[in-house]
Design a protein around this ligand. Structure first.
Ligand code: HEM
Length: 489
């Protein structure tokens, strides 16, 4: 029999494919690397048993091997197009989301040592963390700011992926995984909101779970399951605590690993078009280690500094203990649900709580499948025309939304006339659908937009309208949810 027998007793060489030989050659070298150091110090041997390799990788081959042989790095591509490393292509938003998530897990685990999920003990234990534990306020602050920043950074990540067309072709399903991640992060934020059991959290969750009554058929049952009964109390805290500390983080970790693996399988993020000075042909590829890992580590350090600074300077809010007998006025939902709470002021609850959010969710899930894959992607806003259309859409939404809110306030939503379901339900729905269809048609026929450019303009219009509603809900609503200036709210 021909070929060479390796130290592992396997035959390589003639009769075997080059890929097989390369794999075995690599493995034999790795084993040899290991044995070379049998005489090294105990500490070094323990280290090398956990992290096989040649210490700090100094050649490109060792760097590629280190990425492939390290469990965490293995989720990332070994090589990726150099162009995708431009900071302005991704702003490192996906990596920053991961960093914020790890801060949340670390600070949350520390707080679990003291927190008590009971109606009598929750507020007391959080007060103890704030007043009696060394670095307690800092840990709570890190958790609070990481959670809020994570929602903001994630929304920016979604915007980046969408506006660079990173959801087409082989990335379609990763977009679907991403939408699930966003929902899970919102659910984790919301379940954490109740845990301090202060007036703000108690009433915000009362209002939010109260909205479920408008969901046809399953709404009341869902509310009862979530609350662990009919009223908010210890049972609710146990349900929220279990979801917040076990079910949601575990599911998030599994889905995140899947998300990164899908990015790896397509050799990184969508590739931006070359700059004029860059030569054509296949884009140049560079190693993940050190090029991307170095940048990600630097950005992680900046994110850590920002979170520590916010936590040390502003801490996390804690109001008086929950009082089920006295609701604060106004009682507002968490800021990321404020846009829908603002919608509730103007339209029928079924529309605000069920129809619009569900339609938005389905549209988001189907987006990669409703758009066209073979149009160019990778550039911000797709093209110059795409950028102009998106700007017009954003401006229209940013001016029309506050104008419509003010008009509704002036006319008085409660005025006599048509029944509520028509005035606040059917009519706004018809107007919304007609406006979106007209906008799409106009972009296609009048401005010659491609399918993806027209869809982009419509999504920008709706997203900016929701952002405007959120800002109005957070800053411009005062007592009795009346419109007011931020300094009076
Ligand atoms: C905890 C949540 C998330 C984490 C940690 C995360 C992380 C990442 C990372 C590290 C990347 C590659 C680099 C980058 O774009 O910065 C990425 C790409 C991507 N993400 Fe996320 N992501 C999350 C949520 C989402 C959400 C909510 C969506 C969409 C709704 C999404 C859709 C995508 C897609 C489609 C890609 C590939 C984009 C491309 O090729 O240009 N991700 N994500």
């Amino acid at each position: 029999m021909s070929g060479r027998v390796t130290g592992c007793g396997r035959r390589v060489g003639i009769g075997r494919s080059p890929a097989y030989n390369a794999r075995w050659g690599e493995r034999v070298e790795r084993d040899a690397d290991h044995q070379d150091h049998a005489g090294a110090s105990l500490l070094r041997r323990v280290w090398r048993s956990a992290f096989p390799g040649r210490g700090i990788p100094r050649t490109d081959r060792d760097r590629a091997l280190a990425t492939r042989n390290t469990a965490l790095l293995h989720l990332r591509p070994v090589r990726l197009p150099a162009r995708t490393l431009r900071w302005t292509h991704t702003f490192g938003l996906g990596g920053s989301s991961l960093v914020l998530f790890t801060f949340l897990v670390a600070s949350g685990a520390l707080m679990m040592l003291l927190y008590q999920p009971t109606a009598g003990g929750a507020h007391l234990s959080v007060t103890a963390i704030e007043k009696e534990v060394v670095f307690g306020p800092l840990v709570r602050g890190v958790h609070y700011w990481s959670a809020n920043l994570l929602v903001l950074v994630l929304l920016a990540h979604v915007a980046r992926v969408f506006l660079t067309g990173g959801y087409h072709g082989p990335r379609q399903f990763n977009w679907v995984i991403g939408v699930s991640l966003l929902l899970l992060v919102l659910a984790a934020s919301f379940t954490g909101y109740l845990l301090p059991w202060d007036q703000l959290s108690y009433w915000a969750v009362t209002i939010s779970t109260g909205m479920l009554q408008y969901v046809p058929a399953v709404g009341p049952t869902l509310a009862r399951v979530l609350k662990g009964g009919t009223e908010l109390g210890t049972e609710t805290l146990v349900v929220f605590y279990t979801l917040h500390t076990t079910v949601l983080p575990t599911t998030l970790v599994v889905l995140m690993a899947f998300h990164f693996w899908r990015v790896r399988k397509v050799d990184g993020v969508v590739v931006p078009p070359p700059r004029p000075e860059e030569v054509g042909g296949q884009p140049e590829k560079v190693l993940f280690l050190p090029h991307l890992l170095g940048r990600e580590a630097a950005q992680a350090a900046v994110v850590l500094a920002l979170v520590l600074w916010l936590a040390a300077l502003f801490g996390a809010p804690l109001g008086p203990p929950a009082n089920p007998g006295m609701s604060p006025n106004p009682a507002k939902a968490p800021w990321y649900f404020s846009g829908f709470q603002e919608l509730l002021v103007h339209v029928h609850p079924v529309l605000a709580v069920v129809v619009i959010p569900l339609a938005g969710l389905f549209a988001a899930l189907l987006l990669p499948y409703l758009t066209v894959d073979d149009e160019p992607a990778g550039a911000w806003f797709l093209s110059r025309r795409g950028r102009r259309l998106a700007a017009v859409a954003a401006l229209t939404a940013a001016t029309l939304t506050p104008a419509l809110v003010a008009l509704d306030e002036l006319l008085g939503s409660g005025s006599a006339g048509a029944p509520g379901w028509l005035r606040g339900g059917l009519l706004p729905l018809v107007v919304l659908v007609a406006a979106v269809a007209a906008g799409y048609r106009l972009a296609r026929t009048r401005f010659g937009a491609t399918t993806n450019e027209a869809v982009q303009a419509v999504v920008v219009l709706l997203a900016v309208a929701l952002a405007a509603l959120t800002l109005i809900g957070v800053y411009f609503r005062g007592e009795g949810m009346a419109l007011t200036w931020p300094w009076r709210a």
